[in-house]
Write a protein of this length. Sequence first.
Length: 355
Amino acid sequence: MHGTDTSTSGDNTDLVRTTPVSNDTVPERGRHTWSLFADWCTAHDQSALPVSPELFVRFLRANPAAPATQRRRIAVIDAVHRDRALPPPGRGQSVRAALDALRAARLRDTATRIGGIVTRLPGTGWPAALFARRDALVLTLAAAGLPYTEIAALRIRDVAVEPEFDALTIETGTGVHAVTSLELVRAGASPRKVYRRWYEVLAHGERHPSTRMLADAIEHVDGTELADSVTHLDPGSERPLLTTIDRWGHTPLVATPLTSRGIADIVRAHLGGRAPTHIPPPVRETNPKRVFTLEPASAVSLDPGYYERGTLARRHSHALLDDVDSVLADVENRADRLLRELLEFLDAEMPECEQ
């Protein structure tokens, strides 16, 4: 790729020097970005070196990407300019404003998509409705532009419902401040309702730490039992806001927050249309029905004299064991006699040992 390098030298004399910018002179990680930029400038009959902030803004708008990608493009093109003693275009206020505008537009589009996803999440069924309540809040917070690490670190006290309009305010002790997007409401989703539905789950767990009771409350027709639990949870609690859930709907007894990676997986799965289907756990029968089958009668022919032989054998055994009591008594008497003789011997030897 080629560009134009302009430098200033001499006494008030501007010397314009055009030199090719080879990819070999650009760090390997930035070669693709520089090629894209130089090709775009060539296609628009513009100079890539130096480039004005206004032209740079046109390039960024013509090639939309994630904010992180755009920042990387700015860093690469600024580095090429600095290496040639030229002012980096990315430091211009117009570029910063354009980058913020691009990010804002991207967030609006994402919030609109998320709003549609939230409205389609299941409201009934176990454990699908439980996952839906949590994931709806995760998506709502992600639509506000919060980084996944910040969402994972949120506590209950960090989120409040706006009293005047349908939105949530996020305010943490680390200086994070955000408000949920109004695009969610325009798409049919209610951040206030999303937050309350998950808050009810947390409050119910505070009052009744039982998965079975939570399942019954969610599947209840009018949901009053779950809604009545909100008074049992302090809005200023330090408890993690978003917790883990296993495949059957069980949550840990000690609140375990979702990790940033877990939150990223949830958001990507829903945005990509790959959200898992949470099936009900298998039902175990408390009193399973047992089927008894009659065994066929034995076909073995017995000897007609087996009863007499058995009776005779038991009588013979009784005769052999008849004197067992007398034998045991004799053994016990002999043991007592040996013990007395041993004690007499020890008493006789004791005075000699003392001398």
